[in-house]
Design a binder for this molecule. Structure first.
Ligand SMILES: Nc1ncnc2c1ncn2[C@@H]1O[C@H](COP(=O)(O)OP(=O)(O)OP(=O)(O)O)[C@@H](O)[C@H]1O
Ligand SMILES: [Mg+2]
Length: 451
């Protein structure tokens, strides 16, 4: 009996320690079973308390009366599936007649408290079927990406969402994106994660980093072209526009809209071309974009106009040629001058890290998801890397990229350096790598000094 008590105490102590120090392990070992039992046992009463039940139908009341049985009670939505996940549970329910997916969405906070879970969010899968995604602990506190993610081309797993799902940067669905955030909010780490995930794929990386290249130049071995100042950036962007025009010529040459050709084989973008003819897609990463739009004299103003024009052209026409823009900055509003709002309108993917004021958040979400503005301002300063990600459909979610150190990113880029494609138009901008410089012949000085 004593040994049984000792075992129980040991298990309870282990569970408590895990819950405190390693919430992810606690969830996988104890949490998931306890939470599933709690939901199944208390489901009816919790739904009733949260106002998510309907009174029994007339025919059930009549049947009870006719058969002299007890009167049936209110009915909760039917459970279709309860699936455990790495970070929580997914509950799929079928609504009763008269219920609305909005009722469930409005009760998510009450459900979270009642089931003692960390977070609950809901979405309507189809008419009458709602999915509740529940998390057992704060998954954004220390982000661990799942080992298995979707490997579709140009769909990059870059961060974790607060409901435990993976957040993808899908270049084919949303070709261009804007990432904003105050200084030290996590923009460059987000960009670094993107580079590390893109590095093993068949894609060319082009970087513009006007912070003298401190963020992107260490990753140079995986980059086909890099610029670390606005002058080089202007030339690089012009070269990209030339490349884009060349790709369109290739697509036209292989289009062939003859009557015998099936619709599916007529090429209108690079992904419709046969694999052996398809030009490599290019992701253009711009860090500290405001540097490209600032000027102090007439010559710099001309350069700025040239840069913004090239960026607008790439944003408007680049998608079909496989040129995708990823633009990062602290602010990106009309105060940066002519053409900025036009460019911003083309950047449909929006991510905002912590921002200091409402007007900065408005630059990201004001025109697409006004309620995300408040969420972006309320990100706490000690949660670096937490961001609000929205898209042009008005939906948004809280995300955080894993903390990837520069050293790890450099190692990943070096490991995949062989995949760096050579693009003839961008050859002048290929970074000069220190280890490729000719090693100077040893001088006789050290020997003389030793003597
Ligand atoms: N996802 C993250 N998880 C944990 N820590 C993070 C994350 N992202 C950023 N940080 C922390 O915040 C610091 C600043 O991040 P980062 O350099 O990306 O900010 P930034 O927005 O690019 O700043 P700046 O505008 O000054 O360049 C990092 O050194 C890191 O310690
Ligand atoms: Mg930065």
């Amino acid at each position: 009996m004593t040994w049984l008590l000792a075992v129980v105490l040991l298990v309870v102590a282990t569970a408590l320690v895990l819950r405190w120090r390693r919430p992810a392990w606690y969830w996988l070992t104890f949490g998931v079973t306890l939470a599933a039992l709690r939901i199944l046992i208390h489901y009816g009463s919790v739904m009733d308390a949260c106002g998510l039940t309907v009174p029994p139908s007339r025919w059930r009341l009549r049947l009870a009366r006719m058969t002299n049985r007890d009167m049936p009670g209110p009915r909760a939505p039917r459970i279709l599936r309860l699936k455990p996940t790495r970070t929580g549970l997914v509950l799929r329910i079928k609504l009763r007649p008269g219920q609305d997916a909005f009722d469930v969405a409005a009760s998510t906070d009450r459900l979270r408290h009642s089931f003692a879970l960390y977070g609950v969010s809901s979405r309507e899968l189809r008419s009458g079927v709602v999915e509740l995604r529940m998390t057992g602990y704060d998954v954004l506190k220390k982000v661990h990406m799942p080992a298995k993610t979707d490997l579709a081309p140009m769909r990059i797993p870059v961060a974790l969402r607060e409901d435990g799902a993976v957040h993808y940067r899908d270049y084919r669905a949303i070709p261009h994106a804007l990432t904003l955030g105050a200084t030290e909010s996590g923009k460059s780490v987000y960009l670094r994660n993107l580079v590390a995930e893109l590095a093993p794929r068949d894609v060319a990386l082009v970087g513009i980093d006007c912070k003298q290249g401190v963020e992107l130049f260490p990753l140079a071995r995986r980059f086909s072209a890099l610029a670390d100042n606005p002058d080089t950036a202007a030339e690089l962007l012009d070269a990209l526009v030339d490349h884009m025009e060349g790709v369109y010529q290739t697509i036209r040459a292989h289009q062939g809209v003859a009557s015998g050709i099936p619709d599916a084989e007529i090429a209108a973008d690079i992904w419709d071309l046969p694999k052996d003819l398809r030009p490599v897609p290019i992701v253009v990463l711009v860090d500290e974009v405001a540097e490209l739009a600032l000027y102090a004299n007439k010559i710099e103003e001309k350069r700025r106009d040239r840069i913004i024009t090239a960026l607008v052209r790439l944003a408007q026409l680049g998608r079909a040629a496989g040129v995708y823009l990823e633009i990062c900055g602290q602010r990106f509003g009309s105060e940066l001058g002519k053409g900025i709002t036009m460019l911003r309108a083309q950047l449909s993917g929006r991510t905002a890290h912590r921002v200091n004021d409402e007007s900065s958040a408005n630059m990201a979400f004001g025109d697409i998801a006004p309620d995300a503005v408040l969420a972006a301002i309320s990100i706490p300063a000690d949660m670096k890397g937490v961001a609000i990600s929205g898209d042009s459909t008005g939906g948004w979610s809280r995300i955080r990229a894993p903390h990837l150190s520069l050293r790890k990113a450099v190692n990943i880029c070096n490991r995949h350096a062989k995949r760096t494609p050579d693009l003839p138009e961008l050859a002048p901008f290929r970074p000069v790598l220190p280890h490729l410089k000719p090693i100077p012949a040893p001088t006789s000085k050290p020997a003389a000094a030793a003597a």
